[in-house]
Design a binder for this molecule. Structure first.
Ligand SMILES: Cc1cc2nc3c(=O)[nH]c(=O)nc-3n(C[C@H](O)[C@H](O)[C@H](O)COP(=O)(O)OP(=O)(O)OC[C@H]3O[C@@H](n4cnc5c(N)ncnc54)[C@H](O)[C@@H]3O)c2cc1C
Length: 392
């Protein structure tokens, strides 16, 4: 093998694979780069991502601690962001002809509101840099490619059903970012109702998430639930996706404050008024009715709400109990928790510790984030790190 001329194989034509290939050519134009893609189409997930709009990164303005955004891989990403940060990704896309826009929720999308803008950019760069793309070629043994290539970058994405032979065992891949099936017909009737400020948690654990919650015709979804599924990905897999769920519908963690708020609202109302007609915390009227019905207090007059009844209302508002029956398979956004363990790779170069010249980037690594553009950002940053390491 002539190591003076780098000849790199990239396995997987997804987000991380394309970004790695393009960065390799940008950093060292003489490098020969070949992408092997098992399908007859590349960048398939980019196309469907973000509802077809591709939430390609995040401003990170609302993130105080990276573990909030990345339940797995935060420490490694913190280090790699020094080389290629979310701001660098933002600038890269704009410099390569993809104007971006930051939404009020800090998610970043192409201004065109179309994931095709990212795909066109990558395909154009691939053509410009003469990157070889081999379609319909599945690679099961990346190490064998080292006979023909100086370096191999494995960017095959989540590995739940992969046959790939790797030098070290994987941290078992399990799903993350899914919604919950809950068997409760009365709840299903409320489908479409969004409660903006909730805290969801799994009783008996420290697993907790906050944000808007959407009631669906199968159970619960929305950012609070998706985030909880990410934080609890491994725990829920161990429980076979059957676990208790607590919902705080107020977003207020101090139950005493909730009690005070309720007392204040009730004191300003006539004793004869039905409790059903007050809507604390701007709760949707039908949801409030459902919660009161659950504790058999619907139809009661405010004057009849004694201390015990008030306790029940506070408990329902702050610690409403459900049972997760299973995980929903509808793939709104979905990533893999698990993959190549981070202690089997060099933390700076992402090169295998046991097989020199074998690198990993993207979702194949045991790194995954919550929704909001964090998963693509991990793909860009890790792909850039591999390209830098190979061309150093
Ligand atoms: C519906 C949906 C919406 C999403 N929306 C967003 C979003 O808006 N923002 C966000 O940040 N994240 C989003 N994600 C997550 C994001 O798509 C992934 O994190 C990201 O695509 C990971 O990039 P990757 O290159 O590592 O893997 P992938 O994009 O999965 O690419 C891997 C590629 O490798 C190929 N491959 C696999 N095995 C082999 C093999 N043995 N040989 C050759 N080729 C192989 C695959 O066919 C695929 O093309 C979404 C995910 C889904 C499913």
């Amino acid at each position: 093998m002539n190591y003076a001329l780098k000849k790199v194989a990239v396995i997987g034509g997804g987000a991380a694979g394309f970004f790695c290939a393009i960065r390799l050519k940008e950093l060292a134009p003489a490098t020969e780069v070949t992408i092997f893609e098992q399908q007859h189409k590349v960048l398939a997930k980019v196309a469907i991502s973000g509802g077809g709009r591709c939430n390609c990164t995040n401003s990170f303005a609302a993130i105080r601690d990276l573990t909030q955004a990345y339940p797995r891989g935060a420490t490694l990403l913190k280090r790699l962001f020094k080389q290629f940060s979310p701001q660098d990704a933002y600038t890269w896309f704009e410099d390569h002809g993809v104007p971006l826009v930051v939404q009020p929720d800090e998610c970043v999308f192409p201004k065109a509101q179309d994931s095709q803008a990212i795909i066109d950019c990558f395909m154009q760069q691939a053509r410009r840099h003469k990157i070889n793309i081999v379609y319909g070629r599945r690679i099961d043994d990346p190490i064998s490619l080292l006979n023909d290539f100086t370096d191999v970058a494995v960017t095959v994405g989540g590995m739940q059903h992969s046959q790939l032979q790797l030098p070290t065992p994987l941290s078992t891949p399990v799903p993350s970012l899914f919604t919950f099936n809950i068997h409760d017909d009365a709840l299903h009737q409320l489908m479409g109702i969004v409660t903006e400020t909730t805290i969801t948690s799994i009783p008996g654990t420290k697993l907790k998430a906050d944000g808007p919650l959407l009631i669906t015709h199968w159970g619960m979804s929305g950012p609070s639930i998706l985030k909880l599924s990410s934080y609890a990905a491994r725990y829920l897999a161990e429980q076979n996706y059957q676990a208790p769920l607590s919902v705080n519908w107020t977003g207020e963690t101090n139950a005493e404050k909730v009690r005070e708020t309720l007392v204040e609202i009730m004191e300003n109302q006539s004793d004869k008024r039905l409790i059903d007609n007050i809507h604390p915390y701007d709760l949707n009227a039908r949801l409030w009715q459902y919660l009161l019905h659950k504790i058999q207090l619907d139809g009661k007059r405010i004057g009849d709400i004694g201390k015990k009844a008030l306790n029940r209302i506070v408990e329902t508002l702050t610690n409403d109990q459900y049972r997760i029956a299973s995980r929903c398979h509808y793939k709104d956004e979905f990533v893999t928790c698990g993959g190549v363990p981070l202690d089997t790779i060099n933390k700076h170069t992402l090169e295998s510790l046991t097989t020199p010249h074998l690198y990993f980037a993207g979702e194949v690594l045991d790194i995954d984030g919550i929704t909001g553009g964090f998963n693509f950002q991990a793909a860009w940053t890790t792909a850039d790190a591999v390209a830098r390491a190979i061309t150093k």
